[in-house]
Design a protein around this ligand. Structure first.
Ligand SMILES: C[S@@+](CC[C@H](N)C(=O)[O-])C[C@H]1O[C@@H](n2cnc3c(N)ncnc32)[C@H](O)[C@@H]1O
Length: 373
């Protein structure tokens, strides 16, 4: 029983407790700066759901405070007793501070702030971070963290994935810029898909596939259950977590790059996709659209609706395509996908070779916007 409880806690923690590497934050932020060097200039950036000063989000934004031109950096951490993962020792940064309080350290959140050159060495950087305990535990929903959100312009973090919907809603209800990590599955949520469809939010710059290498807290990691991991130079366990992508409403260059396309005929004759070569562009039985089995098979000469794999969102350019809807579930019903051979409103087609009906793996329905596309 004790083991089960530990395992359960580790599993729950695993969904919410994994940490982002510095290089991944740096790469992503650089893509926004390339598009607009002033993306963060004179802005207040809030890093909620973070960790104490060792968080790579705090480190990155503090180290780059001047380069980014920030006005104010605020980072808040969640109290260890409120976390699913409780294996935590305060760092020397905290214990050696005159503010250290043994009673507060486990039950209070912390706030770290950077606005000025406190040590007067001529630059504003991580050594100028000022901190104190919050009144509460640092829950992003608490009135004090909500007040910090309201004072900020841009929110950047890797939030607890179990609260992703709520977290995104929390940002959008205050109408803030954001750059956050999430699981790819979130694009299917009924609260998220319409936002992507109507270009209110989009996928970040990082490539879609391949997941992300994340830092795993030791207590949540069972080497027997994990095929691939490595230990980095700081002794952290790094594991690849599938499906981790960035969500944002900040402009970056990749989303304005047009996808190169070939004609339907050329795709069938010269393309590499086996499925397309075997069955061509089949039409769905329960919706007026064709099935496109891979992004590289999206044809240049078809002006109707096409069902494409989810990975399309990583290449979506709103000047080139419009998103019509989702190919399965309640949102599919909304765009008129009728019941298929299984009695569900998921896209389905009849394979021309075998005469058998089947449903393609998850599809998003899109249409080319104009002749240029
Ligand atoms: C996926 S981790 C990411 C941590 C860190 N920002 C990083 O990537 O380096 C999410 C963090 O949110 C914390 N958390 C969970 N529930 C929270 C809540 N309601 N409010 C604030 N933080 C929360 C977790 O304890 C965890 O530290």
């Amino acid at each position: 029983m004790a083991n089960n409880t530990n395992l359960g806690a580790a599993k729950a923690a695993k969904n919410d407790e994994f940490y982002t590497q510095y290089a991944d934050i740096q790469k992503e932020v650089n893509a926004y700066l390339e598009y607009n060097p002033d993306t963060f200039r004179d802005k207040t950036v809030l890093l909620p759901c973070d960790d104490p000063e060792w968080s790579n989000f705090t480190r990155f934004f503090a180290q780059n405070f001047e380069r980014l031109g920030l006005k104010r950096l605020i980072s808040t951490s969640f109290a260890v007793e409120s976390k699913k993962y409780k294996d935590y020792e305060p760092t020397l940064f905290e214990t050696e501070s005159p503010l250290f309080d043994i009673d507060k350290t486990r039950i209070k959140g912390k706030i770290f702030e950077l606005t000025r050159d406190t040590n007067q060495n001529g630059r504003i950087d991580i050594d100028d971070l000022e901190w104190h305990y919050l009144d509460g535990d640092g829950d992003f929903r608490s009135p004090e963290v909500c007040a910090l959100r309201d004072q900020s312009d841009i929110i950047v973090t890797n939030p607890p994935f179990s609260l992703f919907r709520e977290f995104l809603g929390w940002i959008l209800q205050a109408n803030k810029g954001f750059l956050i990590l999430g699981n790819f599955n979130a694009v299917h949520y009924k609260e998220v898909f319409p936002l992507i469809q109507h270009n209110a939010i989009w996928i970040g710059n990082k490539a879609f596939g391949g997941g992300m290498d994340m830092i795993m807290p030791k207590g949540t990691f069972d080497p027997k259950m994990v095929k691939k991991y490595y230990i980095d130079e700081r002794g952290n366990i790094i594991q690849n977590i599938m499906g981790v992508i960035w969500f944002t409403n900040i402009e970056h260059g990749r989303r304005h790059q047009f996808l190169e396309m070939m004609t339907m005929n050329d795709n069938i004759r010269f393309g590499k996709n086996k499925t397309l070569k075997e069955r061509g562009y089949v039409r769905y039985d329960n919706y007026d659209a064709i099935d496109v089995p891979a992004i590289e098979c999206i044809p240049s000469d078809y002006n109707g609706i096409m069902g494409v794999p989810d990975a399309f969102l990583g290449r979506y350019c709103p000047e080139q395509f419009e998103i019509i809807g989702l190919g399965a579930g309640d949102l599919a019903k909304e765009i008129g996908i009728t019941k298929n051979y299984r009695g569900r409103s998921d896209l389905a087609f009849t394979d021309p070779a075998t005469g058998e009906s089947s449903c393609p793996y998850s599809r998003i329905l899109i249409r080319k916007k104009n002749e240029k596309g």
